[in-house]
Design a protein around this ligand. Structure first.
Ligand code: SF4
Ligand code: SF4
Ligand code: SF4
Length: 270
């Protein structure tokens, strides 16, 4: 299914008429975390208990209750530290591996504005979307249901901006139609990360340097998802698909399961 034919993709954005998105400009971010707070407030997400890990970054990663996190990159210099602040959240990929791998119809879906949203009632907690996401985004709540940014679908479908963009005091998060966001960033001299990758990311970055300096990954559609869609998904009707795909995606993304030495000894000794 990941053969470049967008019309056949389960996750493709070809049905979206007016695709909305975000442009993130790390240069403008002051790490106030107003966006984290605005997101929690709008989505009624509780706080997470954290510990001091020796950096100002807090919490250190996305959680089921944190859809939007500011990642701190610290670069020591002769005197003091240079910081880069990089927002982490769902990228609302045009070609969304999470949607393509999901065996539960309607658990993940594309909104009219191009966001990738979820329906917890339909999620079966299989966690295949975790393995298929190149950005390490999906998290699970205490009921084992998916939890992630929805691009504030309930707001943008009513003509509002996302809560994080509204709460950002510096313009580091801008919300709007995707094409004008790209034009404005390019005109300001930035390189746009995510303009064309994965049929265009819904969340893009305006960068002055190489994307690797911002700890951003190369957006990748895992090869195993294509096999899942063409070969293994049909098996799901007889209840074999999810287990087989889990093993396959694990193998392709992480590698073969290591056998613990004591496990080997036990097998050999019995
Ligand atoms: S970033 Fe991950 S969870 Fe978000 S749409 Fe892309 S694949 Fe899905
Ligand atoms: S778009 Fe909405 S749900 Fe997503 S990070 Fe921003 S405030 Fe949170
Ligand atoms: S609200 Fe804006 S400036 Fe503050 S941390 Fe978020 S992106 Fe950065």
């Amino acid at each position: 299914m990941a053969n470049g034919n967008a019309q056949q993709k389960l996750s493709g954005t070809d049905v979206v008429k007016a695709r909305k998105g975000l442009m993130i400009t790390p240069d403008l971010c002051i790490a106030c975390r107003g966006c984290q707070t605005a997101c929690k407030q709008w989505n009624k997400l509780p706080g997470d208990a954290t510990t001091n890990s020796g950096t100002y970054e807090n919490p250190p990663a996305l959680t089921a209750h944190l859809y939007n996190q500011i990642h701190f990159i610290e670069k020591p210099k002769d005197v003091g530290i240079d910081w880069l602040f990089v927002r982490r959240a769902c990228m609302h990929c045009g070609e969304a591996g999470c949607m393509d791998i999901c065996p539960a119809p309607g658990a993940l879906f594309r909104t009219d504005e191009g966001a990738v949203a979820f329906n917890k009632e339909k999620c079966i907690g299989c966690k295949l979307c975790v393995a298929a996401c190149p950005f390490d985004v999906p998290r699970y709540d205490s009921d084992n249901k998916i939890s992630k940014c929805t691009l504030c679908s309930d707001r943008i479908s009513n003509g509002l901006s996302t809560a994080c963009a509204k709460g950002c005091p510096t313009g580091a998060i801008r919300f709007g139609s995707r094409d004008p966001l790209i034009s404005a960033a390019s005109a300001a001299g930035y390189t746009v990360y995510g303009e064309k990758d994965l049929e265009g990311l819904g969340v893009m970055f305006a960068l002055k340097g190489d994307y690797k300096e911002y700890n951003l990954p190369q957006p990748t559609y895992h090869a195993g998802i294509a096999l899942w869609n063409s070969v293994i998904r049909p098996l799901s009707v007889i209840g074999l698909g999810a287990v087989a795909a889990g093993a396959l995606i694990h193998y392709l993304t992480i590698g073969p399961k290591d056998v613990e030495p004591d496990e080997t000894a036990k097998k050999g000794g019995e």
